[in-house]
Design a protein around this ligand. Structure first.
Ligand code: PGA
Length: 239
């Protein structure tokens, strides 16, 4: 099984989501790829109806680690469970860098998701400076150290080099293979590891051929339904 996941970030109204999902369901019928979308919270609860009885899965882009309480602006695992999410993204670089989520906080989020049986897509990745100074392996190790024992069957890890996210620049296929194999070495369980960062319809086939890559987490290109469909097909063919 391979995975093509689309992270919409802070994009996509409810009307956009309805039109997109209907189009996507008409356009692809993947045989060997699991497809999931991560829309913003305002559209998320409608996904339980939009994707009903289809191959399409859906998840949240973030969540807090308490079940309820005085946490203005946050959404809890209980709420996500109620609408039937298939996954929650934890530790995306924008959460780490813009919203200053640290490794301890992310571990609590993973534990909270597990308490409620919500599979996690846990994101890791080095900055350009860290890559330039040869610190990539150490950084990935540090980002995984608190969660490597608790990530378990059903969870997924996404390797997303920060410098490739939204930039149009991707690592070489060798660099992707090396980092993904290092992440797999660090994990205690045998989990799928996805690549993320400027995946598009032009590089999807090449990335799908890199050994060890179990799929992709797509940002910008997942907002264009035709392009996302091409990426799904690239992974569905190259099994
Ligand atoms: P991008 O984003 O595909 O737009 O680079 C990837 C991500 O942030 O998950």
């Amino acid at each position: 099984m391979r995975y093509v996941f689309g992270n919409w970030k802070m994009n996509g109204t409810l009307a956009f989501a309805e039109e997109y999902v209907n189009k996507l369901l008409g356009e692809v019928r993947p045989a060997s790829v699991q497809v999931a979308l991560f829309p913003p919270f305002t559209a998320l609860s409608s996904f339980q109806y939009l994707v009903k009885d289809s191959f399409l899965k859906f998840g949240a882009q973030n969540m807090y680690y308490e079940d309820s309480g005085a946490f203005t602006g946050e959404v809890s695992p209980v709420m996500l469970k109620e609408i039937g999410v298939d996954y929650v993204l934890i530790g995306h670089f924008e959460r780490r860098h813009i919203f200053l989520e640290n490794d301890e906080m992310l571990m609590k989020k993973v534990e909270a998701a597990h308490r409620h049986d919500i599979p996690v897509v846990f994101c890791v990745g080095e900055t350009l400076e860290e890559r330039r100074t040869g610190a990539t392996k150490d950084v990935l190790k540090r980002q995984l150290i608190l969660v490597q024992d608790i990530l378990s069957r059903g969870d997924i890890v996404a390797y997303e080099p920060v410098w490739a996210i939204g930039t149009g620049v991707t690592p070489t296929m060798d660099e992707i293979r090396e980092s993904i194999s290092w992440v797999k070495e660090l994990l205690k369980a045998d989990l799928p590891v996805l690549y993320g960062g400027s995946v598009n319809k032009g590089n999807a086939v090449d990335i799908s051929e890199v050994s060890g890559v179990d799929g992709v987490l797509v940002g910008g290109a997942s907002l264009k339904v035709e392009e996302f469909a091409i990426i799904i097909k690239a992974f569905d063919q190259n099994i």
